[in-house]
Design a protein around this ligand. Structure first.
Ligand SMILES: Nc1nc2c(ncn2[C@@H]2O[C@H](COP(=O)(O)OP(=O)(O)OP(=O)(O)O)[C@@H](O)[C@H]2O)c(=O)[nH]1
Ligand SMILES: [Mg+2]
Length: 286
């Protein structure tokens, strides 16, 4: 049993030492071979000073802030073991449970094991979009996806590396990993975890977050079943065109007005894009 623990770190001067100590403590005396790779990302506080004083870990330092996803990908590249465990350095995840996760992953021959967060400490304002996204992803994919973007998870490195071209540099790396593992029908399991209150400042920005939300919706559709969205949309446009046509023909006695034509053309185009997208997904070329 072996695992490379990758911890992305950005402005976590208060929690980083405790995070690393907890991980080390949890593996102490166990049969699991492990390494810890911390990826420091141009922090502006004292994170680097604290981190560089910690022994027996591998530290990567980005010259300038390059993002959560970027840092994890960089950490994966230097990892020497065949499984990766990612966690946060803000004290929210139960890092003391890592060995238990590693054993469960190993015993069940999994490709990915995700800590499913209880919702208690997820800020109220983020719950509705999260719930919507989860339902939407589950509908489109046909899988029950209990937690899309938990940052506490273990997975096989070879698969993650194979997907790495698709993995973004920002926070949506976790949700993209989830979607790609599901779409490849890999073996995934979820274990409930306590999600603690964040120490220190959150790095989530509302506007970027909202954009990431729509990006993710878009991605979900393309990863799984484009026709599930494109077909109804095209039919809707076609029916509207038909409605407007009938109205103008029978009531106004005009043959074709511009709205009908635009709607009809758009409907056909959307249908074609859907078909092409479907073909690409089925060929597994995304
Ligand atoms: N390398 C790197 N790590 C980052 C960056 N932004 C955040 N992190 C780290 O990624 C982890 C998760 O970041 P958080 O700010 O806790 O994001 P979150 O868990 O989604 O949201 P909250 O905990 O509610 O703020 C923490 O360990 C951060 O230090 C970044 O730009 N680069
Ligand atoms: Mg956090």
């Amino acid at each position: 049993m072996e695992v490379s623990v990758v911890v992305p770190v950005y402005n976590e001067q208060h929690m980083i030492k405790e995070t690393i100590d907890t991980i080390k403590e949890s593996f102490k005396g166990s049969e699991i071979r492990y390494e810890i790779i911390a990826v420091e990302d141009g922090s502006s506080d004292d994170t680097w000073e604290v981190l560089s004083a910690i022994e027996d870990i591998i530290i990567i330092r980005n010259k300038k802030n390059s993002g959560y996803g970027y840092s994890i990908k960089k950490g994966m590249k230097v990892a020497k073991y065949k499984n990766i465990f990612i966690t946060d350095a803000d004290g929210t995840y139960p890092n003391e449970r890592m060995p238990e996760f590693v054993r469960y992953f190993h015993d069940n021959n999994l490709d990915m094991l995700v800590g499913r967060r209880d919702r208690k400490n997820i800020p109220l304002i983020r719950r509705p979009p999260k719930a919507f996204l989860r339902k939407f992803a589950s509908y489109i994919s046909g899988f029950d996806i209990p937690d899309l973007n938990s940052g506490f998870r273990m997975f096989r490195k070879d698969y993650a590396i194979a997907f790495s071209k698709m993995l973004p540099d920002g926070f949506s790396l976790t949700s993209t990993i989830t979607l790609s593992f599901f779409s490849e029908k890999l073996d995934i399991d979820y274990v409930p975890i306590k999600y603690g209150k964040r120490e220190g400042k959150s790095k989530i920005r509302p506007i970027k977050d909202t954009m990431a939300f729509f990006h993710l919706i878009w991605k979900t559709v393309f990863y799984f079943n484009p026709l599930k969205i494109f077909l109804p949309l095209s039919i809707l446009l076609f029916l509207s065109a038909l409605g407007i046509f009938s109205y103008s023909f029978f009531k106004l006695e005009k043959v074709m007005d511009i709205t009908t034509i635009v709607l009809l053309l758009t409907s056909v185009q959307i249908f074609c894009i859907g078909l092409v997208a479907d073909l690409i997904v089925k060929r597994g070329n995304i």
